[in-house]
Design a protein around this ligand. Structure first.
Ligand SMILES: [Zn+2]
Length: 98
């Protein structure tokens, strides 16, 4: 989200010299024209995002928290995980022992 609270979208355009450039712009600024925020260059924004991710990952407690959440999410979404989960608790039957 950007200053106005709208999500950013990737855009590309050509400068007056004909050079192609890439940037992010909020939906309200680009489509609705209700926001005065200018676009931000792709490389600059992605550098900021990478710095934030690096900061986040350098804190070990947030890494543990994130991996726990990811694991929970994966268990919730994966049908393979769901199907194989109760197998260990199932009573064994079928084969006669004598
Ligand atoms: Zn905006």
């Amino acid at each position: 989200m950007w200053g106005c609270g709208s999500y950013l979208f990737g855009w590309n355009g050509c400068s007056h010299t004909g050079k192609r450039y890439f940037y992010y712009k909020c939906k309200k600024a680009c489509c609705d024209k209700t926001c005065k925020t200018s676009g931000i260059e792709k490389g600059i924004l992605e550098g900021i995002v990478l710095d934030c991710i690096h900061d986040f990952l350098s804190d070990s407690s947030s890494v543990e928290e994130a991996s726990a959440k990811l694991y929970e999410e994966q268990k919730r979404e994966s049908p393979i995980g769901r199907a194989s989960a109760p197998r260990g608790n199932r009573p064994r039957r079928g084969w006669p022992t004598s």
